[in-house]
Design a protein around this ligand. Structure first.
Ligand SMILES: [Zn+2]
Length: 356
């Protein structure tokens, strides 16, 4: 089967955006938004999915999307921790409703109620609620709740450790995902996202985070930002800084997705980074919404690029399915509970060979 590990509910009904504006404007108590979001009718959610993400799944032949609230709308820099808490609950509850409507095609990942200057420990209750009560598989973790100003400690600081302890206990990964940028220097999807991906990788390189948390797993999206393209630089920096070789130091804990929107980029990613560390993803419907006139296909139709480069069948199986089941063990359990155990033949049978 083909598992897309990175999708956001970008087609959410307009009512949610209206409620959020009112919340930020202080038109009502911050917790009111939870009930307001709950009042959005099921048929509106169903329609948003059927005319959006589900439609694209069927057109592109993908089976299941790991689905989370709109990353850009997390906006942890807006309001305070209380506002963030209730906004987060409202958004996560909507994801849960979508997953219940389409249990074979979507599985949930939560946003967290982060807020600049507030310890990440404050997110533990919502993480536990989402994983233990709502059946979510992981979380999106914003390395910069200040929205482009990076005022909180690096992700390798002990500031983050209480949250990491719970991620390990629950056996769920975190996708490192910034939100919108309020710093005019950084366009949010064109610069801030890739800066976040790249910066956190370098933070990990210079730290012993994964010695402290050998079971902690980070998914770095958007193809790993600049990292795969500059792999030689990072290998060299690790050498200069007397760090272990990267494969041992970081690649038991860090994974990259395939949200790279052209064939040469995907080719580079899959040549540089071992297949065991690459997870199929499209981030549809999201960062780039148009059609590439050179291919006539949507830029975010990433399955096409992977098909085009022609992976070996075993690599293809890992990237499309096996790695997702391994990095998100709760997904594997969920699929098995649905009678969708591991069947290697699915991907291998449809795989193209390199050069074909
Ligand atoms: Zn995203």
């Amino acid at each position: 089967m083909i598992i897309d590990i990175h999708g956001h509910f970008t087609t959410v009904p307009q009512a949610l955006h209206d409620f959020r504006k009112s919340q930020l404007d202080g038109d009502f108590a911050p917790d009111t938004i939870v009930g307001q979001a709950a009042s959005i009718p099921d048929e509106d959610l169903r329609s948003a999915i059927e005319n959006g993400q589900r439609k694209l799944q069927m057109e592109r032949g993908t089976d299941l999307t790991i689905f989370s609230p709109i990353a850009g709308a997390m906006a942890h820099h807006l309001g305070d921790a209380t506002i963030s808490r209730f906004w987060t609950e409202a958004c996560n509850n909507l994801i849960h409703r979508v997953v219940r409507m389409f249990p074979r095609h979507f599985a949930g990942v939560c946003q967290l109620p982060q807020s600049p200057g507030v310890a990440p420990e404050n997110c533990i209750a919502e993480l536990r609620r989402c994983v233990e009560e709502l059946g979510f598989l992981g979380c999106n973790l914003n390395p910069d709740p200040a929205g482009g100003y990076w005022t909180d400690p690096p992700m390798t600081d002990r500031w983050w450790y209480p949250l990491y302890e719970v991620l390990c206990e629950l056996d769920v990964p975190a996708m490192i995902h910034v939100s919108s940028s309020c710093n005019p220097h950084f366009h949010h999807t064109g610069a801030h996202y890739l800066n976040g991906d790249t910066s956190v990788f370098m933070q990990c390189l210079t730290s012993d985070l994964f010695r402290d948390f050998p079971d902690l797993r980070f998914v770095i999206p958007h193809g790993g930002g600049a990292v795969p393209y500059h792999w030689g630089r990072y290998r060299g920096l690790a050498q200069d800084l007397d760090r272990p070789i990267l494969e041992e130091h970081l690649l038991n804990n860090i994974y990259f997705d395939t949200c790279v929107y052209h064939t040469p980029g995907i080719e580079l990613l899959t040549r540089v980074i071992p297949a065991k560390n690459v997870l199929f993803a499209s981030e549809m419907i999201g960062a780039v919404r148009g059609i590439d006139p050179r291919t006539g296909r949507y830029y975010d139709d990433t399955r096409y690029y992977l098909d085009e480069i022609g992976l070996a069948p075993d690599e293809r199986q890992m990237i499309f399915e096996d790695n997702a089941r391994r990095v998100y063990p709760r997904l594997d359990s969920l699929l098995r509970s649905q009678g969708r155990g591991h069947d290697r033949r699915t991907c291998v049978a449809t795989g193209l060979t390199r050069g074909s």
